[in-house]
Ligand binder design. Structure first.
Ligand SMILES: Cc1cc2nc3c(=O)[nH]c(=O)nc-3n(C[C@H](O)[C@H](O)[C@H](O)COP(=O)(O)OP(=O)(O)OC[C@H]3O[C@@H](n4cnc5c(N)ncnc54)[C@H](O)[C@@H]3O)c2cc1C
Length: 323
């Protein structure tokens, strides 16, 4: 169980830094939605954990809010997964995130779970990371030394360095995540795990596509994969393969073949390779459908409905009978 002497709810970063100073030397833990930290303090994981201070970041105004600045979207670290489903600005600017959020946990957890917590927790199965990688994200880290604020901006590819390992330093807070605006792209997210609901990803794929003015060729593609190695990966070679290509199922399948090399997990390798390749094919077709383009009669259909979007969920390709 997770216990503390003091549960603290600062309202500003200055208050957070003062509390961190007061409890430095491992005597505090930052928390946001607590949806990773609370279940972590249980038998077979961290067991009982006690902190003199838990510093809750959810009321810190500088960690809230979203805005567009010069083609980049700035997301406060406290942005919740529910916001990606409901917020019209986020649905328009980041079309892949609503598909990711639709498959994320359940209504209750989505309202608590923050993007910041998901990235700092750095689980190989985290669903929040692949879409952010695909959108060229960077994290904004803030600290205070000798009374002066210091800020570091790191590409997400450099921030997450292993399972549960990031380059966040003692005394730093993840303030925001910035990423490309993907307005005009179609998005899709595919995920599979060991059960039907509240699924932890065994593999997931996040895809964004933009078509050119003829609507017959790929103008751009963004592809990232999760759950298949120690860290999520951006599949740049798939993106390059699709760039400028005519939109055909053959081109999509050839691009998806390139995903196989990314599967590094030591367990269930053949299964993960097959699922990942099929996910990439299906997700590109669905993302094209999201952008209003039909592929050989397969696209143009609505993306599969998860319970969060009001449907029961379509069986992902290649995994029938595996759950
Ligand atoms: C039932 C259930 C279902 C779930 N389903 C999914 C799922 O489908 N997909 C998925 O990816 N995850 C899932 N999760 C995991 C979890 O909900 C997410 O990882 C969530 O985004 C974590 O965010 P949080 O705000 O709750 O983080 P917290 O638990 O509060 O914190 C997580 C870590 O981040 C640190 N932290 C938080 N905010 C900051 C900050 N601003 N700066 C520095 N450090 C910070 C904390 O110190 C801690 O180490 C599930 C969890 C539960 C309990």
């Amino acid at each position: 169980m997770l216990t503390c002497d003091h549960y603290l709810m600062p309202a500003s970063l200055d208050e957070v830094f003062a509390l961190m100073d007061e409890h430095r030397g491992g005597r505090y833990r930052l928390v946001a939605g607590c949806t990773d930290v609370v279940p972590w303090a249980r038998p077979a994981r961290a067991d009982d954990v006690h902190y003199p201070a838990l510093i809750d970041l959810t009321r810190v105004s500088e960690l809230n809010g979203v805005e567009l600045r010069g083609g980049r979207v700035h997301l406060g670290a406290n942005t919740t997964f529910q916001e990606f489903l409901e917020d019209a600005f986020l649905r328009r600017q980041l079309p892949v995130k609503r598909h990711c959020a639709a498959w994320f946990a359940d209504d209750q957890i989505r309202r608590q779970a923050t993007l910041g917590g998901n990235l700092v927790n750095a689980s190989p199965a985290a669903d929040g990371a692949p879409p952010m990688l695909a959108m060229d994200s960077a994290v904004v880290l803030i600290s205070r030394k000798n009374g002066a604020r210091q800020q570091r901006i790191l590409p997400l590819t450099e921030f997450i360095i292993g399972p549960a390992e990031t380059r966040l330093e003692e005394g730093e807070v993840l303030m925001a995540i910035e990423c490309d605006s993907m307005h005009g792209y179609g998005g899709a997210f595919k995920k599979v795990g060991h059960r039907r609901s509240l699924v932890i990803s065994v593999a997931c794929a996040a895809i964004l596509v933009k078509v050119d003015e003829t609507r017959r060729r790929f103008a751009d593609a963004r592809v990232a994969l999760g759950g298949i190695g120690p860290v999520p990966v951006r599949a740049v070679e798939i993106e390059q393969h699709l760039q400028g290509k005519p939109i055909t199922l053959e081109a999509i399948e050839a691009a998806a073949d390139l995903s196989i090399g990314h599967v590094q997990s030591r367990t269930r390798q053949d299964y993960r390779r097959e699922v990942t390749r099929n996910f990439v094919v299906d997700a590109i077709v669905e993302a094209l459908g999201d952008a209003g383009v039909n592929v050989d009669g397969r696209g143009g259909e609505p993306a599969p409905m998860s319970p969060a979007l009001g449907g029961m969920g379509r069986e992902p390709a290649g995994i029938r009978g595996d759950r």
